[in-house]
Write a protein that binds this ligand. Structure first.
Ligand code: NAD
Length: 294
């Protein structure tokens, strides 16, 4: 595992403290890569207990790296010591750069952006890890739309090289440049993208996952058959259903709903089976059951 200096200059010189809102699978991963790059991280969730649970998942992932000899026990301890779990947005007052990675819900994110704008120090950049929601809209919820930007990591964050950087209508050049620099210092390979629902990756990926779910809904094959066919026939590393389980079926549905509503095309209409699974609370890996059982 790369040390604090991997991927360029030490982060500490520029963004000493990174705030992360949402300690789920993405927020935990973002906290991990930021701490790995040398930053202090404030990891906020709905309560400090939620944030601690998120940090515990990061610790469990790192423990496996220690077991496999890819990270030293001391390195692991030092990295974890840089992640501070917190239960209120007020704890973000000392952050230089804040990445929001809460649940994919427009109303929630607009509220969080409005509130974080009130507590964040002037000049702090507010980024969103949203998969589909308009960055321009989130910027408009604040008094600093020039300092709001999309920074869309891929899952799992520590392993995936790509991030999409999305400028809202009002995002200024300094915010864009600082974000590109931050992405590189986190060891990522950024691609810039216009602020259109789904951006690049999900614009391509979600219709394909949705089609995989339709294939199951229409009885073309079992979940195993569909994933096996996609892996062998399309040379994809994961099939659409196992990937949907990894992303979270609630997140897949939320992204498709935004794309369907905002782009107005039937090709983004979420499969009824996806709605049913989400209604049942079968959200994939994170709840132990989705198209597969975990
Ligand atoms: P998740 O369900 O694992 O985590 C969401 C977290 O947000 C939870 O810990 C929840 O408690 C927290 N949260 C909810 N309301 C909050 C509030 N008011 N204040 C603070 N925290 C709050 O979801 P995730 O998969 O980590 O996704 C998070 C974001 O990242 C979403 O916008 C999603 O679209 C995006 N994203 C997800 C993936 C993926 O593969 N899952 C990939 C890229 C981007």
């Amino acid at each position: 595992m790369p040390g604090p200096h991997a991927g360029g200059a030490d982060l500490r010189s520029e963004f000493k403290t990174i705030g992360v809102i949402g300690a789920g699978q993405m927020g935990g991963g973002i906290a991990q890569v930021a701490a790995q790059a040398g930053a202090q991280v404030v990891l906020v969730d709905m309560s400090v207990e939620h944030a601690e649970r998120g940090k515990a998942k990061v610790a469990a992932g790192l423990a496996k790296l220690v077991e496999r000899g890819k990270l030293s026990a001391d390195g692991c301890e030092a990295l974890l010591a840089r992640i501070q779990p917190a239960g209120t947005l007020g704890d973000l007052a000392r952050a230089d750069y804040i990445v929001e990675a809460s649940t994919e819900d427009q109303t929630l994110k607009q509220r969080l952006f409005r509130q974080v704008d009130e507590v964040a120090r002037p000049g702090a950049i507010l980024a969103s890890n949203t998969s589909s929601i308009s960055i321009t809209l989130l910027g408009a919820a604040t008094r600093r739309p020039d300092k709001v930007i999309g920074l869309h990591f891929m899952n799992p964050v520590p392993q995936m090289k790509l991030v999409e950087v999305i400028r809202g209508l009002a995002t200024d050049d300094a915010t864009f440049d600082a974000t590109m620099g931050l992405a590189r210092r986190l060891g990522k390979d950024p691609v810039t993208c216009r602020d259109i629902p789904g951006f690049i990756v999900n614009r391509i990926l979600l219709p394909s996952i949705n089609e995989g779910i339709y294939a199951l809904y229409e009885g073309l094959g079992t979940a195993e058959d569909i994933d096996h066919a996609a892996k062998l026939g399309l040379n994809h590393p994961m099939g659409p259903l196992e990937l949907a389980d990894l992303i979270g079926l609630d997140t897949c549905l939320a992204i498709l709903e935004v794309m369907h509503r905002e782009l107005g095309e039937d090709k983004y209409r979420p499969c009824p089976l996806l709605r049913q699974y989400v209604a049942a609370g079968w959200l994939g890996r994170k709840t132990g059951r989705g198209f597969y059982r975990y």
